[in-house]
Design a protein around this ligand. Structure first.
Ligand code: NAD
Length: 435
């Protein structure tokens, strides 16, 4: 199948490209590298050293023996979107390219507006591009379980039957998002649902649970590694807890720590996306998959991380700072997830095993965590008017961010590898050892 992945340089887009290439699919990817820039903006970097795009593409060629066509550009640019679709004519598009951090969207008015304008514009451009250029293509759009919030009833997969004043209907399940970012996903969902109806598009809206993990079977070489964010803005709670355990500082579930969310291993998310691609929605069909595997509270995550850290000889402690977010700290949470298992989804990874794997990688790259240890504690607060000053104030004085006692981490490809340019007419961008 010919697949276009938007956001191919990102945490999940990169392993998805490898996963599909390894299974013989023809894959092209789009990215404007904005996540690399924005993680720097908040004074952080990926714990795993991410090679430049050119080096990543060369590694794919060398390790997998496959070609990944890459287009550098912004989905906010309509001519760019149109020309990629005209050149590629994909049968399926996996749309991952959005601003994906809830705290980032809550920094101030500019970050809120950028999140919503960029996310909605990119999705609308793709919807019109599909309508005009590849009307039979299947859109797999990445939403989030966070669209639903935490209602006091079970959460169905997108739709539920309602009876009101003696009449019944099947209606979209109400969304109660918890950040400007999550609301951008809700608005996206409405746009995709509407476009499927009026343009007769094939659409799968994936309510993605929180992803965890840093490895998939195709990541056999450090040059193929995906990013791993651990700062308060870009890192998930689990990522931050493991980083905190490695750094020897307390693990910090916010507030009571009974916030429950759906989670899925990175590798199992790739399996789910492939199943969605291989079983496309029908023309005019808008379907919703709740793509998670199990629900955990943040306290459960912290306790698991602490237990495994102790097994590894670390001495973790747990503290509960006030919750900087506005969210229920104790609540009912029972989302359904039946559609993917019906297509053949089976869990292949256990949380504890993945946590051990992440520890293994973070202990190897501990120096990169040490160099950015000041970015894990929260500064972005949902109620404070402007967190940008606080974020700016913690930028490292040394641009490489390494304190004198920490020798710089060699980044990028193994010695002796010659970087090659991207196979398309677009520039792959400079080497970015700090990304
Ligand atoms: N990571 C998770 O746990 C998680 C959970 C739920 C949903 N999601 C969703 O999954 C998708 C992928 O998430 P991720 O964790 O891989 O994020 P990511 O930020 O690592 O990857 C997104 C990629 O898209 C690119 N991008 C962003 N805006 C773009 C634009 N306008 N034009 C071109 N490229 C652009 C970024 O540079 C980045 O490489 C996002 O839509 C996110 O909201 C992620």
């Amino acid at each position: 199948m010919k697949v276009l992945i938007t956001g191919v340089d990102g945490y999940s887009g990169w392993p998805l490209a490898l996963h599909l290439l390894a299974r013989g699919h023809d894959v092209a990817g789009v990215d404007n590298l904005v996540t690399r820039r924005r993680v720097k903006e908040v004074g952080s970097w990926s714990a795993t050293p991410i090679p430049s795009v050119a080096r990543r593409l060369a590694a794919v060629r060398e390790v997998l023996g496959r070609e990944l066509r890459f287009y550098r550009g912004d989905l906010g640019n309509w001519s760019f979107v149109r020309s990629v679709l005209e050149t590629e004519r994909p049968e399926a598009i996996v749309h991952l390219a959005e601003q994906r951090s809830a705290p980032y969207s809550m920094i101030d008015v500019h970050h809120a507006v950028a999140t919503q304008v960029e996310n909605l514009t990119g999705t609308l451009h793709l919807l019109y591009g599909i309508k005009e250029i590849v009307p039979d293509a299947h859109l797999v759009k990445m939403g989030t379980m966070g669209e639903y919030g935490t209602p006091n009833v079970d959460i169905p997969e997108g739709y539920f039957e309602v009876e009101f004043r003696g009449r019944k209907d099947l209606l979209p399940f109400p969304r109660q998002a918890g950040s400007w970012y999550h609301w951008s996903k809700v608005f996206d969902s409405g746009d995709v649902m509407f476009a499927a109806k009026v343009f007769r598009l094939r659409a799968t809206d994936v309510m993605q649970g929180v992803l965890y993990g840093v490895r998939t079977p195709e990541i056999t070489d450090d040059r193929l590694v995906t990013r791993f964010d651990f700062d308060e803005t870009w890192g998930t709670a689990l990522n931050r807890f493991i980083a905190q355990a490695v750094l020897g500082v307390p693990l910090t579930p916010y507030g009571k720590g009974e916030q429950r969310r759906g989670f899925i291993a990175l590798e199992d998310s790739m399996q789910s996306l492939r199943l969605a691609l291989e079983n496309p929605a029908a023309p005019g069909e808008y379907r919703v998959f709740n793509q998670f595997d199990a629900a955990y509270s943040v306290n459960e995550l912290a306790e698991r991380v602490a237990r495994i850290a102790t097994e590894l000889g670390l001495r973790p402690t747990i503290e509960h700072p006030p919750d900087p977010r506005v969210e229920a700290e104790q609540h009912y949470y029972q989302p359904l997830h039946e559609r993917l298992p019906a297509l053949g989804y089976r869990r292949t990874r256990e949380l504890d095993d993945v946590i051990r794997e992440i520890f293994h990688d973070l202990l190897r790259w501990r120096r990169r965590l040490v160099a950015r240890r000041h970015v894990v504690a929260p500064t972005v607060n949902w109620r404070l008017p402007d967190s940008h000053g606080l974020l700016r104030a913690r930028q490292p004085a040394d641009p490489r961010g390494l304190p004198p006692s920490v020798p710089p981490e060699p980044a990028g490809p193994a010695p002796g590898t010659t970087p090659t340019s991207a196979p398309t007419a677009v520039s792959a961008g400079p080497t970015d050892p700090t990304a």
